[in-house]
Design a protein around this ligand. Sequence first.
Ligand code: ATP
Ligand code: MG
Length: 578
Amino acid sequence: MQNSSLPGTQAGKRTAYESLCDNFSFENERSLLDGLPQGGLNIAHEAVDTHANSGLAQTVALRFIAKGNTVKEYTYSDLQKETSRFANVLRGLGIAKGETVFTLLGRQTELYIAALGTLKNVSVFCPLFSVFGPEPVFQRLSRGGAKVLVTTTAFFEKKIKQLLERLPALRFVLLTNAEKHVDAKALSLRQLMAEASEQFAIPDTSPDDPALLHFTSGTTGMPKGALHVHNAVLFHYITGKYVLNFRPGDIFWCTADPGWVTGTSYGIIAPLVNGVTNIVDEEEFDAARWYAILEEQRVDIWYTAPTAIRRLMRMDIKPRERYDLQNLRLILSVGEPLHAEAVRWGEKMFDRPILDNWWQTETGGIMIANFPFMQVKPGSMGKPLPGVEAAVAEITADSFRVIDEPGQQGHLVLRKGWPSMFRAYLHDEERYRKCFHDDWYITGDLAKKDADGYFWFVGRADDIIKTSGHMVGPFEVENVLMMHDAVAEAAVIGKPDPVIGELVKAFVVLKAGFATGEALQMDILGFARKKLGAAVAPKELSFINELPKTKSGKILRRLLKARELHLPEGDLSTLELG
Ligand code: ATP
Ligand code: MG
């Protein structure tokens, strides 16, 4: 367990977590933020200007590792100037408060400058995955009412030009690598930046002013546009401090792309608000590259996802034997359930557990976490953030009851009002309304809470399997399958069955060195039956080379199910190909 500099760690019998909750208030935390000189709260002010105007001006804010391994750094002072230039570019083009600015870029400098510059102008920022094809880009730009798109000339030629007629509201496309303006609409960002002043006074910003638009991962269906406000920065600050445990001088690396909410909340905002150095790698996953980055950049805190951890687990690399990782203090994971096996692997490989935490696009920030100063129960999501009330509820068409008894499975719900709560689903008020019951936000996930107050993920409400009168969460079954020596990844679905309602069907990816075959199939099924009991264990099992996943690395169980049952495959805009 790590030590922390948290208040109350020494207090009598109260645990560090309890003491943190006892002493916590959002008002106190808010008083630690700077605020705009004229009052108000703006994300970019807290992330950039406040540090540039203080002792952190010469601290490296962003360190980019480009594809060819060249490194480019921006101090907080540099970042202040560049983001102010971008805000002036928007102002010069007549882009107003509340209007939407999109990026379609890899993890390159302009994305980060555009994000923060847009927030300075109190416009709304929406990052898109650069790998989206023209149709998913069109869907999001049109639904989000894009006024500006920042992209490269290559993406413009390949993906955007063909859409322009269908996007009459799109006023400007800013090209990051064009030397000169192309026409009245497609402009050279370089030229505009060169002409813009590096001074920008952030206009009055209310904590409730819209700031960020994020599309969900599309794991369960059509991606939804979740709208967030500037007040979210308070929660990014808090979660950065207590979950990511930022300390002065820390080097932090979040591997997520800003096209997914984690890559913005924790790949841009939280580290900067907390004044640490944020590493950005332009490349995609590569085990050797990643370990080398951890070593060479002397990363203190590493925030990644189960899909990447499972890929590392499949490789025969003992990181501490090959790399000097003495700086690495914390490893965290989000996005999908982190199997107990992965937590234990982390303990073996890095001498520390991987800390799972739970949240979603709609929550804007981490809601439930394994804190660095808390006993980890492998397979559990941990406990709610201070100031956040989480509960398990029984919900039917006409009733809602918070379940007090430990160990009962139900809907994971959160008491409304945390600072980074989403404020709307784009163009879908009805859906937004339906997410709430009185004071509670219904997350769409199922969970259990144990007697010690730890939360355990059961599954998405949509993925739950009803078999012989039991409700089976895919996670508990996958968790057990992952314990089998031959299994690298597993996904479980419910398949309609005339006798038992649904039968549990597993899809399994084998580790290198294991061959598919009936004997192994029977062995894995038998292993699962022994651990889970016949009612819950899979009755069918197929081997598969790769599980279908979203671009943010989430297993698309709905697609496995659609393919198994020969049903329409639904929206596949976020499907990772290759
Ligand atoms: P969509 O809402 O479009 O179906 P999505 O829910 O996957 O997509 P995100 O908001 O990116 O989109 O993901 C949040 C969801 O990811 C959570 O609701 C939960 O189901 C899952 N998740 C995130 N972190 C964890 C975790 N630590 N353990 C288990 N599940 C997690
Ligand atoms: Mg969701």
